[in-house]
Design a protein around this ligand. Structure first.
Ligand code: ADP
Ligand code: MG
Length: 637
């Protein structure tokens, strides 16, 4: 008798399980399934991601549903659209031999009326994201007043995403006598609160140690100047040739821009964020799982629920706004007992966040310096040597050997090795020879002080004051706007000052030497589809009076330079194209020149010129050393 049979599952489920290829139940399944089948009970089950929680509730749920009754009997709440679709798909697989069971996915971004129609046709199980579910309830499109089962899947993630109120409201729309099953990887206070509030005497199951995983992650930070952020990222990637990582950015815009930059610089990267279509996201995730992408650049929301094993590094390209989010980021590595590293690229002004994070994770960061060019070259050289050693020879090559030997005849073994390695290596060393090292050390006191807070001492005489049509309405405060300007303009940490953020517009100063760049670059940037308009303020020199005639907000004000930019492409992609016909593993990437990311030519390349044909071109790592297939050069279409 197979182990699933012993758990009490019926014939049709056992048949489906056979099709799924599951041989033995996982621990959480072994513990949860018999209890849920046997009793009508509430349950709290804690088990790490990837331990098979979906089937742990899915199998008993399918068995308990009355297929002859077409009313809604169960609601599964899950944090994201991806997971919602994934669970729906799993439940459909589990119930494929059980006639008459219908499962409907309810999530944002798709037609709500179509989803309502599907439910009306008779769906016993609804799998929903909390936001859309609440929406449906408000519109009277769904009736969950008589459900028997409510499952809160990935409860910690849902609460972390701010769904507490939606969940409470949805649950209050369900009958008291239902059974609630809560599945979660961790048990933070909010989850405990939900359990206490909405569950009666739940059975508790814990698999592994609570919150485990963190012990296997080490935390490092690298202090850099804001303008060196991107260069630092590249160097960290170069210093870790086998890196398989998620790189977190704060905004969709940055996510897209960084991914595009990486692709242009020859790394196998792609963006994952909410502006991508479902198909694009699926494509990106598929390539990432298949390791055709080494660096997945993602927003926090888009990366929720990513359960990819063997991620070597989590890179905090920018720290999250909420330091609690750091935990979720770093939890993407160090899974299933593997070791992982969580890296933070940090500027002086953010240093105090490091100490706050240390308090939360109860672990210390190690301060490290960005590897020097020489160090990177050494690493790459050894990696290359190892790669040569491990390369399996295809004996087809024997046919060509006489001719090759002919050419190479007369070289000693030493000379041959030197030359062979140099074929790949010269470009790398040339690049790093020409580029300064960027490492910076914290003095220690920065961790306590506020860093480069405004206002700095400066002489108003000579400073140029600008008006710009973005402000708090665009989620900027003075610090984030300053960061944004510094990065967009590729300016140093003290080059932008006196940043004064209003609702629809802001002011800032630079020295006159930067004025040309400010006007040129900033007037050619789009922020979420809107053109940025910058003008020299008439209040030169940093006065705090509002800009004349601008008090109505900057959204539509300022002279427009219609026609001076490429139109924004609708639904632009994430540096990734899921091209079913390409057949080539290299066909997946496209950095669309007209995409929504602001075009900041020169914005990041403080030290890595990459003009084609330039002798100083940045080395294309995947072309030279990387194991991952090389992404196609960005298309200029
Ligand atoms: P969790 O919800 O705990 O993160 P999932 O339910 O998403 O985990 O399962 C993770 C993966 O493990 C899925 O690909 C699933 O198909 C697979 N899986 C689940 N149970 C088993 C099993 N008993 N045997 C083999 N694979 C399983
Ligand atoms: Mg799950």
């Amino acid at each position: 008798m197979n182990k699933f049979e012993q758990l009490g599952l019926n014939e049709s489920l056992l048949k489906a399980i056979l099709d799924l290829g599951f041989e033995n139940p996982s621990e959480v399944q072994e513990k949860a399934i018999p209890l849920l089948l046997e009793k009508d009970t509430d349950m709290v089950a804690l088990a790490q991601t990837g331990t098979g929680k979906t089937a742990a509730f899915g199998f008993p749920l399918i068995q308990k549903i009355d297929a002859d009754n077409r009313n809604t009997q169960a609601l599964v709440l899950s944090p994201t659209r991806e997971l919602c679709l994934q669970i729906t798909n799993e439940l459909k697989n589990y119930s494929k031999y059980e006639k008459g069971i219908n499962v409907v996915a309810v999530y944002g971004g798709a037609s709500i009326t179509e989803q309502a129609r599907e439910i009306k046709r008779g769906a016993q199980i609804i799998v929903a994201t909390p936001g859309r579910m609440q929406d449906m309830i408000n519109r009277g499109l769904v009736n969950i007043k008589n459900i028997d089962y409510c499952i809160l899947d990935e409860a910690d993630e849902m609460l972390n995403m701010g769904f507490y109120e939606d969940i409470v409201s949805i649950l209050s729309d369900t009958p008291d006598q239902k059974n609630t099953w809560l599945f979660s990887a961790t048990m933070p206070q909010e989850v405990a609160r939900i359990a206490k509030q909405f569950m009666s005497d739940p059975l508790e199951i814990t698999v592994g140690t609570k919150n485990s995983g963190s012990a296997t992650v080490s935390h490092e930070f690298y202090l850099v100047n804001a303008r060196d952020r991107y260069e630092a990222l590249k160097r960290l990637a170069d210093a870790n040739p086998d890196i398989f990582s998620v790189v977190f950015c704060r905004t969709k815009r940055d996510t897209q821009a960084i991914a595009e930059k990486l692709i242009e610089d020859g790394y196998s990267a792609a963006a994952l964020h909410g502006d991508l279509s479902q198909a694009q996201r699926d494509g990106v995730m598929k390539s990432f799982r298949g390791r055709q992408i080494q660096m997945l650049v993602a927003t926090d929301v888009a990366a929720r629920g990513i359960d990819v094993d063997n991620i070597t590094h989590v890179v905090n390209y920018q720290l999250p706004d909420e330091i609690e989010t750091y935990n979720h980021r770093s939890g993407r590595t160090g899974r299933a007992g593997k070791l992982g590293t969580s890296i933070v690229i940090v500027t002086k002004s953010e240093m105090r966040k490091i100490s706050s994070i240390e308090r939360i994770i109860k672990q210390k960061f190690e301060e490290k310096s960005i590897p020097s060019g020489i160090e990177i070259c050494e690493i790459q050289l050894l990696h290359l040597a190892n790669k040569i050693k491990d390369t399996e020879v295809d004996h087809e090559i024997d046919n060509y050997l006489p001719a090759i030997n002919n050419v190479l005849e007369g070289l000693s073994k030493e000379e041959l090795i030197k030359k062979m390695v140099s074929v790949e290596f010269n470009r790398f060393i040339a690049y790093y020879k020409k580029n300064r090292d960027i490492s910076t050390q914290s003095s220690g006191s920065e961790r306590r002080e506020r860093g480069d807070s405004e206002p700095r001492e400066f002489n108003n005489n000579g400073a140029v004051r600008y008006f710009v049509n973005i402000g708090s309405r665009d989620n900027f405060d003075w610090m984030s706007l300053k960061d944004y300007l510094k990065e967009t303009l590729d300016l140093g940490r003290d080059d932008v000052f006196k940043v004064d953020v209003k609702e629809g517009f802001s002011f800032f100063n630079t020295d006159p030497e930067h004025t040309e760049k400010v006007m040129e670059v900033l007037n050619n940037v789009q922020l979420e589809g809107r053109r940025i308009n910058v003008e020299i303020s008439k209040n030169d020199g940093g006065g705090r009076r509002d800009h004349n005639g601008r008090s109505g907000g900057g959204r539509s004000s300022g002279p427009r330079r219609e026609g001076s930019f490429a139109p924004r492409r609708e639904g632009s992609g994430g540096g990734f194209r899921s091209d079913r016909n390409s057949g080539s593993r290299e066909g997946g990437f496209r950095s669309d020149r007209n995409s929504s990311a602001p075009k900041r030519e020169g914005g990041f390349r403080s030290s890595a010129p990459r003009t084609e044909g330039s002798s100083e071109r940045a080395p294309r790592r995947s072309e030279n050393f990387g194991d991952a297939p090389r992404p196609r050069r960005p298309r200029r279409d």
